[in-house]
Design a protein. Structure first.
Length: 278
């Protein structure tokens, strides 16, 4: 099976999903839980153990959604092609609907054709189960914790190409392939530039670009490249104004030079050779 790694939901898509149902599911009581075919990791508890618990809120950590319960929490990941829907009239589950949580306010359903997503129960965020998934994650880029000084120090300590450093997620979390390509364009940095060679001034441009790109993507509902929609079934449209991503051989919107594409790891990388310097 060939999987398009470039179509994975990234931080903006996960945040848009959270915003689309967090208020509606808050303070709902869980009536029943149904697991379909096995997902990436097991639920970690009997489904009936969740019956009667209350949803106190929905947070995001990187690409994970955290449903805080009155006793424990659920960690949800959309995988490579997953999407969540929250509805009071969900209908019968389809062949690719592998998680239903019926609550007093509606049904939360995970649709995941490739089954790389996950729903995992943990007793608390500090538990080994939760920390195995969350403990290695870097700083959240849309918070005050994402400071320039620490970001530049982290870059100086890494010799890998800057785009690979961003994708790794241990320095700053949630900057996936689409938004890494776009942020590097805005910052004028070639994706193949070694992170350790980036000056403080250029790091400052990249720091601002990461936040700008992610905020605009959230405002525009994320990017819909294949399967993504939010929990209300709405698609995003950030991809319509992309400067480089998915625009190989098209002219740069800034200088007119054809956009180039290379492979870094298993991902397609897009850049302008004139606007983005090594």
């Amino acid at each position: 099976m060939v999987v398009n790694l470039d179509a994975m939901p990234e931080l903006p898509e996960v945040e848009v999903t959270r915003l689309s149902f967090a208020d509606r599911i808050k303070d709902a009581q869980i009536v029943s839980v149904r697991m379909g075919k096995p997902l990436r990791w097991p639920l970690g508890c009997e489904e009936k153990m969740l019956h009667g618990r209350w949803v106190r809120g929905v947070r995001r950590r990187g690409k994970y959604l955290l449903l805080d319960l009155d006793d424990g929490l659920l960690l949800l990941h959309l995988g490579m092609s997953g999407s969540l829907a929250f509805s009071d009239t969900p209908g019968l589950p389809g062949v690719h609907d592998h998680f239903d949580m019926v609550t007093s306010k509606g049904t939360l359903r995970l649709h995941d054709p490739r089954r790389f997503g996950a729903v995992v129960f943990a007793t608390e965020e500090a538990s080994p189960v939760a920390q195995k998934l969350l403990g290695h994650l870097g700083v959240e880029p849309l918070t005050d914790a994402f400071g320039l000084t620490a970001f530049h120090a982290g870059l100086r300590a890494r010799s890998a190409p800057i785009k690979q450093v961003l994708l790794a997620g241990d320095l700053v979390v949630g900057v996936g392939n689409i938004y890494a390509s776009e942020a590097l364009f805005l910052a004028g940095i070639r994706p193949t530039t070694r992170a350790s060679k980036i000056s403080l001034v250029r790091a400052g441009r990249l720091h601002r670009a990461i936040q700008d790109v992610l905020r605009r993507a959230v405002q525009q509902g994320g990017s819909t490249l294949r399967d993504f929609s939010n929990a209300q079934g709405q698609s995003g449209y950030f991809q319509l104004e992309a400067m480089v991503y998915g625009r190989e051989n098209q002219t740069c919107r800034t200088c007119g030079t054809p956009i180039q594409s290379i492979r870094q790891g298993q991902r397609a990388t897009y850049f302008c050779s004139r606007c983005q310097r090594p």
